[in-house]
Write a protein that binds this ligand. Sequence first.
Ligand code: ZN
Length: 150
Amino acid sequence: MSDLQELYQNLIIDHSRSPKNFGVLENATIKNRGVNPICGDELTLYLLEEDGIIKDVKFTGVGCAISTASASLMTETIKGKTREEAEKVFDAVHQLITGKLVEKPEVLGKLMALKGVSAYPMRVKCASLSWHALKSALHYQQEPVSTEHE
Ligand code: ZN
């Protein structure tokens, strides 16, 4: 295993053990739920959006290491971004974990840690759950998202 791969692995482990931005965001303006029935991952995403900027973001739920780490990394990445920027990151992550990256890796930064899941179709749904909840929230959709309908 290369140093870089190892670093990415450690990042996933760290974020799954002590996720960032975990908890209920009381003053959230947008809320969305996501489920991944295949693995049993569940999460609720809370966003505080003001003037098109994501001022704060948190999540709660139960899930496997990959889904938790992905949600944690996602909240860290999109905090302070505009809705458009967040959507661009969503696109890049989606490309990355489905093995079809066309965006520059710079857009992703430490989210490159999720690259490894592209080799495991079951895990792709775990990694993408929080991102689908995000996308749906950015479009103000109230319907819970499910990875079954991809
Ligand atoms: Zn999972």
